[in-house]
Write a new protein. Structure first.
Length: 235
């Protein structure tokens, strides 16, 4: 049985021992998402970002296979798809975004989820790298940004192959132009797991990335209908 949690909050100006102004929130067993407040209006009106795409992805998950969420952000894919997979491995390098991911997992009671505060990349990228943060909600952060940088954060990069994962059935990858490098660092994993389906973001027709996907054994890459920047591998 999963450990259950409640939320205890106290005013910043209140002494720790003060109980008169504290609030207690006990959540019913449900999926819990800790989300950036800057997007509150959107979430209230529309629900989760990419909610229809997340629902569509359930067809690629299996309760006897592993799901990889690479670039997990605060965990909307992780939490929503955890019950459809045997295990979930979620990778998010940005510190506060990673903490929200872990909070979502704990409050949702997802015992089959493992979270890692690392970015994934190629063997040449392994080690400490500088992540450029371009938004207050943690989205769009990239190793490759050159404009609109709000601040920077030092992160740790590993390769997917470093984790030695087996039984992988589905991968979601959203790593802001680092997709090619992630695949180069995960080639052994991909081939060992017989080319699992990969949903990935590409904000332009990335010929080098698409050609590499085909070269490592996938039959093709197709655009996801209704999404201008999401693509799917075909095995």
């Amino acid at each position: 049985m999963s450990t259950r949690y409640f939320i205890l909050s106290k005013p910043l100006s209140s002494p720790i021992h003060e109980t008169d102004q504290q609030d207690v929130v006990s959540l019913a067993p449900t999926n819990v998402y800790l989300l950036p407040q800057v997007n509150l209006d959107y979430y209230v009106k529309n629900g989760l970002f990419e909610c229809h795409l997340i629902e569509w992805c359930k067809q690629f998950c299996s309760k006897d296979k592993v799901f990889l969420d690479i670039g997990a952000h605060s965990g909307t894919y992780t939490i929503s798809l955890a019950d459809c997979a045997k295990e979930v491995y979620s990778f998010e390098p940005q510190k506060m975004t990673y903490y929200s991911l872990c909070g979502s997992v704990a409050l949702s009671g997802k015992e089959n989820v493992s979270c890692f505060q690392v970015g994934l990349g190629s063997p040449e990228q392994v080690g400490k790298q500088t992540l450029k943060i371009v938004s207050d909600d943690g989205g769009g952060s990239s190793l490759h940004s050159t404009t609109g940088i709000l601040r920077e954060e030092t992160i740790q990069i590993k390769t997917l192959d470093d984790f030695g994962l087996d039984n992988v059935g589905f991968i979601k990858m959203d790593v802001e132009e680092n997709e090619l490098f992630v695949l180069k660092g995960g080639l052994e994993t991909i081939q060992r797991n017989r080319w699992p389906t990969i949903l990935f973001e590409s904000n332009f027709e990335n010929t080098e990335l698409f050609d590499y996907i085909r070269a490592i054994g996938y039959k093709d890459v197709i655009r996801v209908s209704g999404c201008h920047n999401m693509f799917l591998t075909v095995s």
